[in-house]
Design a protein around this ligand. Structure first.
Ligand code: KG4
Ligand code: ZN
Length: 352
């Protein structure tokens, strides 16, 4: 089955073509980072308008590099939520119109389910069941995954998401937007031991997270080292980045280890933008190996938002016979554990 995937939930326009027999044929991505940089965060109305400008040229580009025609497509998948309403509507409208014109099924995909399945695009994909750590700009969740659509939420952030904590801390340090990867890069030059940040909620049982306290800790630290209203010196900033990153990584690692031991599941998947963080990948691999748990993640470009993961997730649901009526589905808030399994799991197994 040849499926077109469209991602427009936030500030990245991603389009991809996935074939259930041949794998990923092509994908392309346009990032709006520069557009939002002056504002220090995503401006929803600007995001929607830019998706409109970019989506058709990207569609032509991806079909050409996949070597297929629109008429060859068997189905279309688009991100139906969670995300920004206007941005979601652009991808939804495009997918629905195209599905109507080509008379092929269209399916609305859950953005976090797509992140969670992104490692399936790699050569050595994980087997079900697994525990997934979803760490993005809007979500921090530990999920027990029995199969596609069979999700049990084990724990989540009670306040800021891990990516949000990275971005807010970067903003306090006047780093470029989006802050997460910039902060991570600076942390490489910093001394981890110089400042000891708290590891929130690790001293009590449970699998929930809280990252907002780290913000306050960082703000106080910056104020302490600030002179005449200017930011601390470059080395101190790098040391703050290193200490902060280590605290977030340790907190995530402790909870992942706890979830793996409690569930007895020997496979852990990390997904979402923060799973691109090399320190997180490294520490998780080292610590979980001691417990006999193997860690899986997608290549860097499929950790952050992209069309390939939408095409893959949508293809699995389309293969099982699932599709949406020809009306645009956009659900800005959509809990992952409200999803259900696609109807025919036998068809699904064959395709993986
Ligand atoms: O999954 P994603 O692309 O978009 C959402 O669905 O939210 O995740 C974006 C988040 C941002 O908060 C970004 O700062 C963070 O992922 N991020 C990182 C890294 N790369 C992206 N955070 C820490 N280290 C990184 N290397
Ligand atoms: Zn995302």
């Amino acid at each position: 089955m040849l499926v077109l995937g469209i991602e427009t939930s936030c500030d990245e326009t991603g389009v991809a073509v996935y074939d259930s027999d041949r794998g990923l044929l092509a994908h392309t991505l346009y990032s709006q980072v520069k557009l939002h940089a002056d504002y220090g965060g995503v401006v929803p109305e600007l995001a929607s308008r830019d998706h409109i400008r970019k989506i058709l040229p990207l569609l032509d580009e991806v079909l050409e590099s996949a070597g297929v025609l629109k008429q060859d497509l068997d189905g279309i998948a688009y991100t139906a939520g969670p995300g920004l309403m206007g941005a979601l509507m652009v991808g939804g409208a495009m997918a629905t119109a195209l599905g109507f014109a080509l008379d092929i099924p269209v399916v609305g995909v859950h953005h976090m389910e797509a992140h969670l399945l992104a490692p399936m695009l790699e050569n050595n994909p994980p087997d079900f069941p697994f525990v997934a750590l979803l760490v993005s700009g809007g979500h921090t969740q530990l999920v027990s995954v029995a199969s596609i659509g069979d999700y049990e939420l084990l724990g989540e952030s009670l306040d800021d998401a891990a990516g949000e904590a990275f971005d807010k801390t970067a903003k306090m340090l006047d780093l470029d937007y989006p802050g997460g990867p910039v902060l991570a890069k600076l942390a490489e030059q910093g001394e981890i031991e110089r400042f000891t940040f708290p590891r929130p909620m690790t001293d009590r049982p449970g699998l929930d997270f809280s990252f907002s306290g780290l913000k306050t800790f960082t703000r106080n630290l910056i104020d302490k080292h600030r002179g005449n209203d200017v930011l601390p010196d470059d080395q101190t900033i790098a040391d703050i980045c290193a200490g902060f990153q280590e605290a977030v990584v340790d907190t995530l690692v402790i909870k992942c280890k706890r979830a793996a031991i409690a569930s007895g599941i020997k496979t852990l998947v990390i997904a979402g933008g923060v799973s691109a963080n090399t320190r997180l990948r490294h520490k998780l691999e080292v610590v979980l190996k001691e417990e006999g748990v193997e860690v899986f993640y997608a290549r860097h470009e499929f950790c952050t938002d992209n069309g390939a993961m939408i095409a893959y997730a949508g293809c699995q649901r389309l293969l099982a016979g699932q599709s949406n009526p020809l009306s645009i589905s956009a659900t800005p808030r959509w809990p992952l554990d409200q999803l259900s399994q696609p109807s025919s799991t036998d068809v699904l197994k064959e395709s993986i």
